[in-house]
Design a protein around this ligand. Structure first.
Ligand code: THG
Length: 369
C-alpha cells in the first residue's frame, strides 16, 4: 500500500512540541483526539530496544484532558465509569473504563482527582467531552466541562528516574505508581504523575504553562545526554508485548469491559450509580462469548491497517486480529485478537491469511511479557 501524506490543517491540531519533534526526526504520525501523535522516530525495533534500556521524551499532548468541576462533578465522573471511585483520593490517578448504556466501552482514560470537586479525564481517542456534556445536561448536573490547555509530555524508560531527579526535587523518586504531585521548574509548578503508556517506568508532565513546558522539554534533552536520552513516542512493539490496550485498535464501542480483560475495574457489588450497570450485571451473569487474547503468528512481517479474520482448521471464523507487530523478543509477529469461545484460551491454534499466505497462529494470555 502506498503511504499517502495526510493534509495538515487547523482541524488536525499540532502540539506545542510539534516543531521540536520535527527537528528531532519524527518519521510518522497518527491522529489521536484530532491531534498529531508521533508514531515513529525511525525503526520501531531500535526505538523499542532503546526505550527498554534508557530514557525517552514523548510528545503525548494528544492525550487530551476533559476537566469536570463543580458541585456534581464526582457524581458525573462516577456515572461515567464502572470503577468504584467512592474511596478515591486527591493526588491519585485511576485507570477507568467509561461505559455507555449498553455496557459497552466509550473510552479507557486515566482519571486524575485534582480536588473533591475537580477532575481531569485524560482520554484515549474518542470524544468523551460530548458524552460528558450530554449526561450532565440530561441529569441537570451542576458542573463545568471543558478541554483545558494542558499538553502532556512523558519521560519513559528505566533511566527516567535519574534524569528527573537531576531537574526536580529528589522527592520525585518517592512518587508512587499512579500518584501525582506538583514539582517546581525555574519557579513554575508542574503537575507530574508517575505513569505513562509503557511498562518501562516513568513520568507524565501535565503542562499548563506552555512556555515553561518548552523550556523543561529542552532541559530534559540537555541534562539527559549522560543517560542517552532520545525523542520517542508510544511504541507499538513495547505496548503490545506489555498488553497495554489501545481504544479504537484493540477494542471500541462494540466491546464490553469483560471481553477486554477490564473485569478488575468493574465494581458491580457496591451501591454506586453508573451508566450500563444493569447491562454489565447481566453480561457478568451470562458470561462472555469472546475475549481479547494474545496471538503468536508464524511470520516475521506485518503492517495491519484493518482487522483480519482468524479461522480454525475447518475454515470456521473464530476471531479477529486487531493489532500486530513483529517482536524481536519473540522473533515472530505478535498480536492482540478478539477470540470467540471456546477458542479464547492459551495454546489454541488458528489460521490467518496475510497477503495471500495462510499462516498458523497460537493463542496465548495477555500480557506477553
Ligand atoms: N496517560 C495519560 N492519559 C492517557 C494515557 C496515558 N490517555 C489515553 C490512554 N493512555 C489511555 N489508556 C491507558 C491504558 C493503560 C494505562 C494507562 C492509560 C496504564 N495501565 C497500567 C497497566 O495496565 O498496567 C496500570 C493500570 C492500573 O492502574 O491498574 O497505565 O498513558 N495521562
Amino acid at each position: 500500500m502506498k503511504n499517502y501524506p495526510i493534509a495538515r490543517s487547523r482541524r488536525l491540531r499540532s502540539t506545542p512540541y510539534t516543531s521540536r519533534i520535527e527537528n528531532q526526526g519524527v518519521t510518522a504520525y497518527t491522529v489521536y483526539n484530532h491531534m498529531l501523535l508521533p508514531a515513529a522516530f525511525g525503526s520501531l525495533e531500535e526505538s523499542c530496544d532503546h526505550l527498554k534500556k534508557n530514557v525517552q521524551v514523548w510528545d503525548v499532548a494528544a492525550e487530551r484532558q476533559v476537566e469536570i468541576s463543580g458541585k456534581d462533578s464526582a457524581k458525573l465522573i462516577q456515572l461515567m465509569t464502572c470503577r468504584d471511585l467512592s474511596k478515591s483520593k486527591v493526588g491519585r490517578c485511576y485507570y477507568c473504563p467509561i461505559i455507555d448504556e449498553n455496557g459497552n466501552l466509550v473510552n479507557d482514560p486515566v482519571i486524575l482527582k485534582l480536588a473533591e470537586d475537580r477532575w481531569w479525564v485524560s482520554i484515549a481517542d474518542s470524544d468523551v467531552i460530548f458524552f460528558a456534556k450530554g449526561l450532565a445536561s440530561g441529569n441537570k448536573f451542576d458542573v463545568k466541562i471543558y478541554e483545558p490547555n494542558v499538553d502532556i509530555f512523558a519521560v519513559q524508560g528505566p533511566k527516567s528516574f535519574d534524569l528527573m531527579e537531576k531537574i526536580f526535587d529528589k522527592k520525585i523518586k518517592d512518587l508512587k505508581f499512579f500518584g501525582f504531585d506538583y514539582f517546581e521548574f525555574n519557579g513554575v509548578k508542574h503537575l507530574i504523575a508517575r505513569s505513562g503508556w509503557s511498562k518501562q517506568g516513568g513520568f507524565e508532565i501535565y503542562v499548563e504553562n506552555t512556555q515553561s513546558g518548552l523550556e523543561l522539554y529542552d532541559q530534559l534533552f540537555e541534562l539527559g545526554k549522560e543517560f542517552n536520552v532520545k525523542p520517542g513516542c508510544p511504541n507499538l512493539i513495547e505496548r503490545i508485548e506489555s498488553g497495554l490496550l489501545s481504544y479504537g485498535n484493540d477494542f471500541d464501542n462494540n466491546d464490553n469491559p469483560f471481553e477486554c480483560g477490564f473485569g478488575k475495574y468493574v465494581n458491580l457489588d457496591t451501591n454506586i450509580n453508573f451508566l450500563g450497570k444493569d447491562k454489565l450485571k447481566k453480561i457478568e451473569k451470562e458470561g462472555i462469548k469472546r475475549k481479547l487474547m494474545g496471538v503468536l503468528i508464524e511470520t516475521d512481517k506485518i503492517n495491519l491497517t484493518t482487522s483480519l479474520n482468524i479461522k480454525d482448521n475447518n475454515n470456521n471464523f473464530i476471531g479477529e486480529l486487531r493489532s500486530a507487530c513483529y517482536s524481536p523478543h519473540f522473533k515472530k509477529v505478535i498480536g492482540i485478537a478478539m477470540i470467540n469461545q471456546p477458542y479464547c484460551k492459551a495454546s489454541e491454534s488458528g489460521i490467518i491469511e496475510i497477503d495471500g499466505n495462510s499462516l498458523s497462529l497460537k493463542v496465548c494470555d495477555l500480557p506477553f511479557i
